[in-house]
Design a protein around this ligand. Structure first.
Ligand code: ADP
Ligand code: MG
Length: 590
């Protein structure tokens, strides 16, 4: 490791610079405190940063680094508002090369907590510290420690009860901190980051020299297996680098797409839009690509001073940059064999075990799996053997009979019903049925796997798993820890003989971590149920038999209200009356 640089003197910013700085709240929750403190460590040239939490960060946040330290005489300035070592002249604000530059964070954090800063520049033999309570000086001290800085924040918002009320439960705050650390790491993977709580280490993100290694650590091996590289110079000093997932992996929101501009995590609708546009035709509507994109651009072309938490930046000629990004992603995507091996298929074709007795599992009757002996398990059928003969769904009081003709594109079913041509979306239909059953019965049935499937969840998903253990169980998954981020899936959701692929758990966890399907307007429970239903449903690309679709349509027809939309509002079934079909062929209706 290279030696950290010598500390630079801290100065008060002149009034002109202060006026130009985007004003606003810097810290609103524990994760923003962690973000500011880790950014300070990174700016100080640290190679390793360790974050320790108690009570999800509400009781203690302590950030420890091996960077350049703070000179003892500068300690009082460090906690003063608008005092920074990062801008020497007002013009420097136009060319910011550090993550921080406002001199606000420590003052803002100190004002709402009990703060201690202990720091030893490498040239000094001992560390000097100061402590503050609610912004008031509460002592200075000298300590022994290795070179570097520790900032300790206790009882965050203890003196601002209104703010404290808006915080989530410790487990949820802790999860947000873990996400914040992952984002920081994906933007600057050469700095090692670890996160621990009172129970031990939660995240260890070792310094990595390549984005690929960093992605493997944060996004997991299944992402890596499904990813393609993005590498593109734009002329001048602007360039993109990244790793993006093939369309087989996607999310229902933009949170799986990590953007960094010059090593700073940023949110940018324009850039996210550009990446999404590149995936048009590859992803269904409402789905977002997953991956990491780094944009390197000369610092003078980026204005980092537009948002109080530096979350957004302004990029000169942003349209042109976004256009270039869209083209670069599109080219990389088109060049990649996007019909990737399906995830988890290697673990999949195994004989289907007889389902467990309902009584033994205490499962609700409605969703009990039915024995399906003598039929190949899903996924074993090949495309060369079309599914069995057409099936007929009998008419009900409300619905005319429907004759299934066959599948197209491994997604839609062609059917004929009372003088209409019918197209049915197999995913949407099965999703709706599962959603309704979940609403009615509270959980889905499950089926034990003969050979448990091993899945790497990684630390963050493991946290989500703990936090949402109930939902995971309701969904029908039975999961067992198997050491360091590794888990064994013992049982999966099952629906009338169909077994859900174990790796669907990954997408499900990501979605509940984000609060469930955002497109479902109702409460959190409904959104979670929609996520469960989606991940347990027959998927686009699944090869299913006519009998299976028959059972889905029968269940759909049995629903109390005719619901021809899936839980996120996409249509399930579209009818084309005969007359319309005739017109396509320029026949006058008969
Ligand atoms: P900013 O990062 O915008 O300068 P802060 O309030 O976050 O403002 O920090 C104030 C100053 O304290 C920084 O400019 C830096 O000189 C010093 N400082 C803060 N944290 C560290 C650290 N971990 N290591 C070295 N110096 C630090
Ligand atoms: Mg800072």
């Amino acid at each position: 490791m290279t030696e950290p640089p010598d500390p630079r003197p801290i100065r008060r910013l002149d009034e002109e610079t202060v006026r130009r700085i985007a004003a606003g709240e810097v810290v609103d929750r524990p994760s923003s405190v962690v973000k500011e403190l880790v950014e300070n460590a990174v700016d100080a040239g640290a190679a390793e940063v360790r974050v320790r939490l108690e009570g999800g960060g509400l009781d203690t946040i302590s950030v420890d680094d091996d960077g350049s330290g703070i000179r003892p005489e500068d300690l009082p300035l460090a906690i003063e508002r608008y005092a920074t070592s990062k801008l020497a002249r007002p013009e420097d604000l136009d060319v910011v090369v550090t993550l921080g530059f406002r001199g606000e964070a420590l003052a803002a954090i100190g004002a709402v907590s009990r703060l201690r800063i202990i720091s030893r520049p490498p040239g000094l033999g001992e560390a000097h510290g100061i402590s503050l309570v609610a912004g008031q000086a509460a002592g200075a001290f000298v300590e022994a420690r290795a070179p570097g800085t520790t900032v300790e924040v206790r009882d965050l918002f203890f003196n601002t009860p209104a703010r404290r009320k808006f915080l989530h439960a410790p487990a949820a705050e802790q999860l947000e901190i873990a996400s914040a650390i992952e984002r920081l790491y994906l933007a600057r993977p050469t700095v090692g980051l670890t996160l621990a709580n009172e129970h031990g280490e939660m995240l260890r993100l070792a310094p990595s020299l390549t984005l690929r290694d960093a992605c493997a650590r944060v996004l997991g091996p299944e992402f890596l297996a499904q990813s393609f590289p993005l590498r593109s110079g734009l002329g001048g000093t602007t360039s993109f680098r990244g790793l993006l997932a093939r369309p087989a992996i996607s999310r229902s929101n933009a949170q799986g797409l990590f953007l960094a501009v010059n090593g700073r995590t940023v949110q940018s609708r324009t850039l996210v839009q550009a990446v999404r546009q590149a995936y048009t035709d590859y992803l269904p509507r409402g789905r977002y690509p997953v991956g990491v994109v780094h944009l390197e651009i000369e610092p003078a072309a980026v204005d980092v001073n537009v948002h109080p938490t530096k979350r957004e930046v302004r990029i000169a000629r942003e349209r042109a940059v976004a256009d270039a990004l869209r083209r670069a992603v599109r080219d990389a995507l088109v060049a990649t064999p996007h019909v990737a091996d399906r995830l988890g298929t290697s673990a999949e074709p195994e004989p289907m075990p007889p389902p467990r007795e309902l009584s033994e599992m205490g499962e609700p009757e409605v969703v009990g799996p039915e024995p399906e002996l003598g039929r190949a398990p899903p996924g074993v059928q090949t495309r060369l053997e079309p599914p069995g003969a057409a099936a007929v769904i009998a008419a009900t009081g409300r619905h005319p009979a429907l004759r299934l003709i066959g599948p197209i594109f491994d997604l839609y079913w062609l059917a004929e019903s009372e003088g209409s041509l019918v197209l049915l979306d197999q995913h949407a239909a099965s999703e709706r049925v599962l959603f309704e059953q979940l609403r009615a019965a509270g959980r889905l049935a499950r089926q034990e796997l003969v050979a448990p499937v091993r899945l790497e969840l990684g630390a963050r998903r493991a946290e989500v798993l703990e936090l949402h253990a109930d939902d995971v169980r309701r969904a029908g998954f039975e999961v067992e820890a198997f050491g360091a981020g590794s888990y064994r899936i013992l049982a999966v959701p099952s629906y009338r003989g169909r077994r859900v692929r174990a790796d669907q758990l990954l997408g499900f966890l990501d979605e509940v971590a984000d609060g469930g399907r955002p497109t479902v307007p109702d409460g959190i429970a409904e959104r979670t149920d929609a996520s469960i239903a989606c991940h347990a449903a027959i998927r686009a690309g699944d090869v299913v038999s006519a009998e299976e679709i028959q059972r889905v349509v029968e269940a759909l027809y049995a629903l109390p209200e005719a619901s021809y939309a899936c839980p996120h509002g996409r249509p399930i079934l579209i009818r084309f009356p005969r007359g319309r079909v005739d017109r396509w062929f320029l026949r006058s209706p008969g």
